[in-house]
Design a protein around this ligand. Structure first.
Ligand code: OSB
Ligand code: MG
Length: 376
């Protein structure tokens, strides 16, 4: 299909409650949304770069710049029969994975709509519901976190992930185990530790965690291999895996036993599928991570998580865990069995609510083969 026109937006949406990780605290979700027009259809994608370069090196500002000046000019006016034709067009643009992923997601949405199939089916998904969990941030006091966990267990979540950092780790996990018994539990350090802190991470071995996510540096698979050799708990890498080949190398080195797949971190759904397939061939389980996406990004994650080797619960929660009002309808909801259903309608399988998106938009531009900036 020929990509006729594109629209870029920065949106800001207040979170239901602040989310604090070892790298910072967010009260508002900010990201770039990509809307592509082709053959009378429109496709939507989310580039989940944040306001500041703290999770990775991208920001909404860098994503906007690279989308406007490099990525979109490579696709506008072009005929792309399949979304897989997109990555080669932008391969020479180094990194900027989230920016690329926003366009690729919109192309997959268009492709699935044009073929009257769900995005999940277009991606090769096999499941009709996905096992999910909730990711909870660092709080001022352990009691506050325990109350949050209780609230989410009552809502039906069956897997809890908590953020850790030095000084907010073993005591927190111990309190969770004391209060909630053997609930499925995992922790995420977002690179807050160094190898000389291995003894603290070894103490976590006593708490039957599903995994420890990204304990060490985002660019360091060597020390992760040293650490994994000292731990019984599986290490799962998130930030360190930005290409399918990174996954191969980390597995070869023994840097982790599980991989978190976020299509946006990997540059798009195609690279997400490739990473999934590589892990599957190696007998390594994967799960679908999240970046507090709006319904637009979450719908794509949900479709991806329906592939067969996503065997651990996803960081995909219902709309009401993130926002008072999501950008899609119906909102994402949790089933009684702690799963989320994968939509079967064409494309994303949800209705994108343009009025709500307009109200959340803080910056907008329209780009065509002859481009018009900031139309009225
Ligand atoms: O490391 O998994 C992470 C959110 C923002 C940045 C990094 C991470 C996260 C999450 C949120 O854990 C998961 C979700 O979207 O529910
Ligand atoms: Mg993580």
């Amino acid at each position: 299909m020929k990509i006729e026109h594109a629209e870029l937006r920065v949106i800001e949406l207040p979170l239901v409650f602040p989310f604090e990780t070892s790298f910072g605290r967010e009260e508002t979700k900010t990201c770039v949304l990509v809307r592509l027009f082709a053959d009378g259809l429109e496709g939507w994608g989310e580039a989940p770069a944040a306001a500041a370069p703290l999770y990775n090196e991208e920001t909404v500002g860098t994503a906007w710049h690279v989308l406007e000046d490099f990525i979109l000019p490579a696709v506008l006016g072009r005929d792309l029969p399949h979304p897989r034709d997109f990555p080669p067009l932008v391969r020479r643009i180094r990194r900027h994975h989230m920016a690329k992923a926003g366009v690729e997601a919109a192309l997959w949405d268009l492709y699935a709509q044009a073929n009257r199939i769900s995005l999940a089916r277009a991606l090769g998904g096999t499941r009709d519901r996905v096992d999910v969990g909730v990711s909870l941030g660092i709080e001022m006091e352990i009691g506050t976190l325990l109350r949050r966990i209780e609230e989410f267990l009552n809502r039906g979540y069956r897997r809890i992930k908590v953020k850790i950092k030095p000084g907010w780790d073993v005591a927190v996990v111990q309190a969770i185990r004391r209060t909630f018994g053997k609930v499925r539990l995992q922790v995420d350090a977002n690179s807050a530790y160094t190898l000389d802190q291995a003894p603290v991470l070894r103490d976590l071995d006593d708490y039957a965690l599903l995994l420890i996510e990204q304990p060490l540096g985002e660019d360091d698979i060597v020390d992760h291999a040293r650490l994994q050799a000292q731990l019984r708990t599986p290490i799962c890498l998130d930030e360190s895996i930005v290409t399918p080949d990174d996954a191969r190398k980390a597995l070869e080195l023994g840097s982790c036993r599980i991989i978190n797949i976020k299509a946006a971190r990997l540059s798009g759904l195609t690279a997400g599928i490739a990473t999934h397939d590589l892990c599957q061939r190696s007998g390594v389980p994967v799960w679908c991570g999240g970046l507090l996406e709006t319904g637009i990004g979450r719908a794509a994650n949900l479709a991806l998580a329906s592939l067969s080797n996503f065997t651990l619960p996803a960081d995909l929660s219902a709309s009401d865990r993130y926002f008072h009002e999501d950008l899609i309808d119906p909102p994402v909801t949790l089933n009684a069995d702690g799963t989320i259903s994968v939509p079967t309608a064409p494309g994303l399988g949800f209705t994108v609510r343009l009025g709500r998106i307009d109200r959340a938009t803080t910056r907008k531009a329209s780009l065509g083969p002859d481009r018009v900036d900031n139309p009225p």
